[in-house]
Ligand binder design. Sequence first.
Ligand SMILES: Nc1ncnc2c1ncn2[C@@H]1O[C@H](COP(=O)(O)OP(=O)(O)OP(=O)(O)O)[C@@H](O)[C@H]1O
Ligand SMILES: [Mg+2]
Length: 326
Amino acid sequence: METVLDVQNLSIEFPTETGVVRAVKNVSFQIQKGESLGIVGESGSGKSTIAFGLFNSVPEPGRIAGGEVHFMGGPNFLDVKGETQRRFYWSKLSMVFQASQNTLNPLLRIRRQVEDIAEAHRVDKKKAKAKALELFDMMHLDANRVMNAYPHELSGGMKQRVSIGLALLLDPEVIVFDEPTTALDVISQASVLQILNQIRKESGISLIFITHDISVISEVVDTVMVMYAGQVVERGPVSQVMLNPTHPYTRGLIGSIPPLVGDVTHTRAISGNPVQLSKVSGGCPFYARCELRQPKCLDVAPPWMELDNDVAVACHFAKREVTLQG
Ligand SMILES: Nc1ncnc2c1ncn2[C@@H]1O[C@H](COP(=O)(O)OP(=O)(O)OP(=O)(O)O)[C@@H](O)[C@H]1O
Ligand SMILES: [Mg+2]
């Protein structure tokens, strides 16, 4: 297996009036060629901040406080600047931003935006436009019409599909999708994810899906990484994590998905509110809301534990939970 992206101990913080917000804390993960990774967690858990970190473009006043990002065994990408960095994006690592329907330039027809990407990367414009037509068509868009349209002439869902098409334009090795289907209705959501899965199988591209709703991506990711308060709390094959969630937070997250059939009264919300990031102690970030908490969890950060089924979890009592579930 070929490791395409290797992220080591990425930490990102935002200085605020009430203290330093550690939005991402020692996050590490690898992605193999052709792998699809899901990053899940509730709002504010640091998912988008990780994505900005990968692109070394954390919004001000945020800063990368530590860590490394290696692409295909290369040097630490966080040290690379200027033109080299700019060219890397789109062509190697590409991203569809959260609310990407708003990131298209409102003043330019889609065609011009395709040409601009081609020009910036010294790619033949004609070829890029032909490729864009193909991609828009794949996204079930009226490709010619879309090409000649201004963003305001397209619906939110259409713009989101255009953004996905543009992200695929230069055949990147990895694409990060931040809440890729939020502007889409359920049917379009399923169809876009299916198309992305098909592209992945055909081209061997690696995908990262960021979402607060694990059920949306469960069929298109191989591996899932669960975030809480800027930290990874559980990681493993999606089937294992969905069927046998180990961390109390993951169990809450999966328990809060309404079932497709049957009694929705069994659906439970996780009690309490998301933790204030500037107030996280040295112990487990989930302490305040955890049903299994013990005094030790307040002060001692749970070590990262590898379980038998390829799942790794950061919880002092995770093993006991698995045994209890039997
Ligand atoms: N510009 C900023 N200034 C201060 N704090 C910020 C800023 N951007 C993000 N944060 C902090 O970083 C944390 C993580 O934010 P992030 O946007 O990464 O969360 P998320 O998991 O993507 O949430 P969502 O599901 O709502 O998109 C937030 O809780 C917030 O406190
Ligand atoms: Mg986000």
